[in-house]
Design a protein around this ligand. Structure first.
Ligand SMILES: C[S@@+](CC[C@H](N)C(=O)[O-])C[C@H]1O[C@@H](n2cnc3c(N)ncnc32)[C@H](O)[C@@H]1O
Length: 337
């Protein structure tokens, strides 16, 4: 359960929050226990659509860019250092004279962040628990030079922002997929987990492509994609690709699916994307995807599609094509001996 460190700091009296404090939680994890807070005046800023939807369904006020003033801002440390610093700068603006709490795992760099903050302001308290740390300080104006830059050109002129996938330039796996794109791709196409738009931009160069739905859960990446993909044939959706869209309507799905939850490799994400692709494709539709060589996608592909082949690859990546999604509820028949 995340927010456990904050709950512990409150329980032990190390940290005090008043019952009517206006609290902003920035990017809490999906299992954050909001009930552990003494106040009911809680707003959440959440960039990742599945988590955004989850808190919204719980009746919490959620947005992607909280502007209303708060007394307390709690930041769940993201992996990107530049993004984390930008969120602290935002917290200062949101809670002038209030309290900023930074909470994160060792593996996400909480010790380095504490060192960075300590060099600029007085730390009012801190506590270590569950392989991480929570620390707090009073909001001033010490971090305004760290404000998150607007989306802007990174490598090769692509527009990205700190915190998005491959913010420093295109991902090598996506480059490998672009090199293998067959010119036969045509009709209505979706790029699931499209990031800031690298694959979609290349799909637009294929003459038979009529329309591309780029589906991405990271709101910051979506903003960048809209700037990278200014084309009438593209619709950019801020959505959960495992739930998005109308079944049986697409000719092709092309994707470089996610394979990590935070720092932990997680093949189930890509497997869910494969099932979603099968659901969205027409009966004669095809999926083209890139994956790290070691990721176990073949079984899910075989149970979701009639034909599966490796089109290309090397020792790092494999490019897989799967044709003819199996009808839902009609799994592959076991081979007769
Ligand atoms: C491996 S990256 C590929 C990004 C992009 N296609 C590229 O080639 O650079 C996977 C992307 O999937 C996104 N993602 C993760 N979970 C998602 C979900 N449930 N729905 C939609 N996108 C998701 C991530 O934010 C990330 O941008």
């Amino acid at each position: 359960m995340t927010l456990a460190r904050l709950a512990h700091a409150l329980e032990t009296g190390a940290l005090d929050l008043s019952y009517d404090a206006r609290v902003l939680l920035i990017e809490p994890k999906p299992d954050a226990d909001i009930g552990a807070l003494p106040t009911r005046d809680v707003t959440i800023q959440q960039n990742f659509k599945p988590t955004f939807d989850l808190f919204k369904a719980m009746g919490v006020t959620v947005n992607t860019d909280a502007k209303s003033p708060a007394d307390v801002v709690h930041i769940t440390l993201p992996r990107s250092r530049e993004l984390a610093r930008g969120l602290i700068a935002q917290a200062e603006m949101t809670a002038p004279g209030g309290r900023i709490i930074v909470d994160g795992a060792k593996t996400d760099g909480i010790d380095a962040m504490l060192k960075f903050v300590k060099a600029r302001v007085t730390i009012e308290g801190q506590l270590s628990k569950a392989h991480g740390k929570v620390f707090w300080f009073d909001a001033g104006t010490s971090f305004q030079d760290c404000a998150l830059p607007d989306p802007g050109p990174a490598a090769d002129g692509w527009i990205t922002q700190p915190g998005v996938f491959s913010a420093d330039g295109p991902d090598p796996g996506s480059f490998a997929l672009v090199d293998a794109l067959p010119k036969s791709i045509k009709g209505r196409v979706a790029d699931l987990g499209g990031g800031w738009g690298f694959l979609t931009r290349h799909l637009l160069d294929i003459p038979g492509v009529i329309h591309i739905d780029m589906v991405e859960a990271d709101h910051r990446a979506v903003v960048c994609a809209e700037l990278n993909l200014n084309d009438d044939r593209v619709a950019v959706h801020w959505a959960d690709a495992t739930k998005w869209g109308t079944p049986g309507t697409l000719d092709w799905v092309v994707m470089n699916p996610p394979f990590h939850t935070s720092r932990t490799p997680d093949a189930s994400l890509g497997q869910d994307f494969i099932r979603s692709a099968a659901r969205l494709l027409k009966p004669k539709g095809s999926l083209l995807m890139v994956a790290n060589r070691h990721l176990p996608y073949e079984t899910t592909l075989a149970s979701s599609f009639v034909q599966v082949q490796e089109l290309d690859g090397d020792n790092r990546f494999k490019i897989l094509q799967a044709d003819q999604p199996r009808a839902p509820g009609k799994p592959a028949r076991a081979k007769r001996r």
